[in-house]
Design a protein around this ligand. Structure first.
Ligand SMILES: Cc1cc2nc3c(=O)[nH]c(=O)nc-3n(C[C@H](O)[C@H](O)[C@H](O)COP(=O)(O)OP(=O)(O)OC[C@H]3O[C@@H](n4cnc5c(N)ncnc54)[C@H](O)[C@@H]3O)c2cc1C
Length: 393
C-alpha cells in the first residue's frame, strides 16, 4: 500500500465559515473597486481629502446600503456584508477615506434606519444609501468625549420645533456633510433619560462649521468643530423618542466599534503582507532580512496576534448577526484589534527601517492612521471599563 506524505499547504485558501460564496464575490467586487478607483488616488487625497464624488460613486455601485432594506435602496444583506465591506476597503490604502465611508454606513446611517420615522427614512436613509446625502455623527463636544453624558448641546422645545444651541468637535465628514445625526440634551433633570437624537440638515440657519481641524493621521478625511446657535429643527426630525437618546447612541456605538475592529485587522493585514514582501527582497549582511530569526519571529508573532483578533471579530460579528447585543464582546474586539493593529503597524514600520519612515512605502501613513483606533469610537481605557463593569465590577 502506497503511503501518502502529509504536508501542510500554507497557500490553501482559508475561507472562514461565517462567509458564503456570495460574500466572497462581494469582497472581490469591492476590492477591485478599491484597487482600481481608490488606491491610485490615495496619495493625492492625503493632501486634499477625498472628493464627495467617491460617496456618490459608492452609492451608485450599491456599496453604501449593503445591510439596509431594499425598499430604501439597500441590498438587504446580512451583517457579514458590512464586515466584508470594511475589510475590502483596506485596499483603498487610505484609512481616512475608509473612516469617512464608515461614518456614512456604520455610524450615522444605523440610527436613522432604526429610529427614524417613515418620512425621515424616505428622505435621509434613501438619500444616504444612494450617496446623494453625506452624513456625519455628532456626539463629542469640546468638554465631553468619553463621558458622553456630560454633553452640553441643548435642544429646547418651542412649538413644532426644537431650538438647538451648543457645539461638537472632532466631527468626521463635518465639513462636507449634508445632514448630521446629533446627540442633544433635552432635560437636565432626568440623568440618562434626558438625551435626544435628531437628524439635522447642515443648511439650517444657525449651523456653522467653526473650525477645520488638523490631525496626526487620517488626512484623507475632514474633521470639524461645529457650532449651533438658535438652530430650529422640526420635531419630526427626532430619531426615536425624546429621552431615549443616550441608550440609542450607546446602541449606535456598538456598530461603530465592531466595524472599527474589522477595519483595524484588515488594515494591519495589508501592511503585514506588504512587509513580508519587503522582508523577502531587502538584503542586509548578504541575505534577505526575513531570513534573520529576529525578523521571522516578529512576522510570526504578528500573524498570530492578527489571526486571534480576526477570530474574535468574526465570532462577535456572528453574535451580532444572530440578533444579540454583545456589548462585552464588541468592546473586547475593538480594544484588542486596535492594540494589535497599532503594534503591527509599528513593527512593520520598524522592519522597513529608514524606508518605513519615508512616504514611499505608505507604511508611515498606515502607522499614523492606525493610531486613531485606540482613541476614536471609545478609547482603550473606556473599552476596558465597559468590559470590567460587564463582570459586575
Ligand atoms: C480623528 C478623529 C475623528 C473623530 N470622529 C468623531 C465623529 O465623527 N463624531 C464624534 O462624535 N466623535 C468623533 N471623534 C471623537 C472621539 O470619539 C473622542 O476623541 C473619544 O471618544 C475620546 O474623547 P476625548 O477626546 O474627549 O478624550 P477624553 O474623554 O477627554 O479622554 C482623555 C483621556 O482620559 C481617559 N479617560 C476618560 N475617561 C476615563 C475613565 N473613565 N477611565 C479611565 N480613563 C479615562 C481617556 O481614555 C483618554 O486617555 C473623533 C476623534 C478623532 C481624533
Amino acid at each position: 500500500m502506497e503511503s501518502a506524505t502529509i504536508k501542510p499547504d500554507f497557500a490553501a485558501s482559508t475561507r472562514h465559515f461565517i462567509f458564503t460564496e456570495e460574500h466572497e464575490q462581494l469582497r472581490e467586487t469591492i476590492e477591485r473597486f478599491a484597487k482600481t478607483e481608490l488606491a491610485p488616488n490615495a496619495a493625492e487625497w492625503e493632501e486634499t481629502t477625498f472628493p464627495d464624488s467617491v460617496i456618490k460613486r459608492m452609492g451608485d455601485l450599491g456599496f453604501l446600503g449593503l445591510t439596509q432594506p431594499e425598499e430604501y435602496g439597500g441590498q438587504g444583506g446580512d451583517y457579514f456584508t458590512s464586515v466584508v465591506r470594511a475589510e475590502a476597503m483596506a485596499y483603498s490604502n487610505s484609512g481616512g477615506l475608509n473612516m469617512g465611508i464608515a461614518v456614512q454606513t456604520d455610524m450615522a446611517m444605523p440610527p436613522i434606519a432604526k429610529f427614524g420615522s417613515e418620512e425621515i427614512k424616505q428622505k435621509y436613509l434613501k438619500g444616504a444609501i444612494a450617496g446623494d446625502i453625506i452624513l456625519a455623527l455628532g456626539i463629542t463636544e469640546p468638554d465631553a468625549g468619553s463621558d458622553v453624558a456630560a454633553i452640553k448641546t441643548r435642544a429646547v422645545r418651542d412649538g413644532d420645533d426644537y431650538v438647538i444651541n451648543g457645539s461638537k468637535v472632532f466631527i468626521t465628514n463635518g465639513l462636507r456633510a449634508d445632514a448630521i445625526v446629533l446627540v442633544t440634551k433635552t432635560d437636565d433633570s432626568k440623568g440618562f433619560e434626558g438625551f435626544t437624537l435628531f437628524i439635522v440638515d447642515t443648511d439650517t440657519p444657525g449651523f456653522a462649521v467653526s473650525r477645520k481641524l488638523e490631525k496626526l493621521g487620517m488626512h484623507a478625511s475632514d474633521t470639524a468643530e461645529l457650532a449651533f446657535t438658535d438652530m430650529r429643527v422640526p420635531a419630526g426630525n427626532m430619531l426615536g423618542e425624546e429621552g431615549k437618546g443616550f441608550y440609542n447612541i450607546m446602541w449606535e456605538l456598538q456598530s461603530e466599534r465592531m466595524v472599527a475592529a474589522c477595519a483595524c485587522v484588515a488594515g494591519a493585514q495589508r501592511v503585514l503582507d506588504q512587509t513580508m514582501e519587503y522582508a523577502k527582497e531587502r538584503q542586509a549582511f548578504g541575505r534577505p532580512i526575513g531570513k534573520f530569526q529576529a525578523i521571522r519571529h516578529k512576522i510570526a508573532a504578528m500573524s498570530t496576534k492578527l489571526e486571534a483578533a480576526r477570530q474574535l471579530n468574526y465570532y462577535t460579528a456572528w453574535l451580532v448577526d444572530q440578533g444579540q447585543y454583545p456589548v462585552r464582546e464588541i468592546s473586547q474586539a475593538k480594544l484588542f484589534s486596535s492594540q494589535v493593529g497599532c503594534e503591527i503597524t509599528d513593527e512593520c514600520l520598524q522592519i522597513h527601517g529608514g524606508w518605513g519612515y519615508m512616504k514611499e512605502y505608505g507604511v508611515e501613513r498606515a502607522w499614523r492612521d492606525m493610531r486613531l483606533n485606540r482613541i476614536g469610537a471609545g478609547t482603550d481605557e473606556v473599552m476596558l471599563d465597559v468590559i470590567g463593569r460587564s463582570y459586575g465590577f
